[in-house]
Design a protein around this ligand. Structure first.
Ligand SMILES: [Zn+2]
Ligand SMILES: [Zn+2]
Length: 160
């Protein structure tokens, strides 16, 4: 899903190509300079401008469709990995602070406790976002943690 910044950078690059400010080369930059961690297998029939930084719309790397697609796939994978790590850290904070117990997470996310312990230990091969139930749970986990923290504070105030 292209963001607004992405779209306007692409539009600026397209205009610059039409105006002759940017010149589309005949060869994929990855084929020529081996700038990516994978080889170029593209036919280089269509070379596309790729932005590393959308705030610099005329600063482009020219890639064949194949390399371009692969590069974005890799970026998405890395973003997903970062998101998963952030989610696991979030769960860990909830559990360590006592705001949410593993039991509550297990019940609310409809996920076996063993799986949750594996996530917390960082040994799960399944990403936390791989399950739509867990994804849904993570969206409302903050609110849930607030409710449980408030309940806990209340029971402490009541002297249990
Ligand atoms: Zn290529
Ligand atoms: Zn790109």
């Amino acid at each position: 899903m292209p963001t607004h910044e992405q779209k306007s950078a692409q539009r600026a690059a397209t205009l610059a190509i039409a105006d002759g400010v940017l010149v589309r080369p005949r060869t994929c930059a990855n084929r020529k300079y081996k700038i990516l961690p994978f080889s170029c297998y593209g036919w280089c029939s269509r070379i596309q401008p790729h932005h590393e930084d959308y705030s610099r719309p005329l600063d482009v790397v020219w890639l064949c469709t194949s390399c371009h697609r692969r590069l974005h796939m890799q970026h998405r994978k890395e973003a997903r990995k970062r998101q998963d790590a952030a989610n696991v850290n979030q769960l860990r904070r909830y559990v360590e602070s006592g705001d949410l117990s593993v039991d509550i997470i297990s019940r609310e996310a409809d996920t076996p406790r063993g799986t949750i312990y594996n996530w917390l230990d960082g040994i799960s091969i399944i990403s936390p976002l791989a399950s739509p139930r867990v994804d849904m749970f993570l969206r409302r986990a903050k609110r849930l943690a607030q409710v449980h923290a408030a309940e806990r504070a209340q029971s402490l105030a009541d002297g249990r």
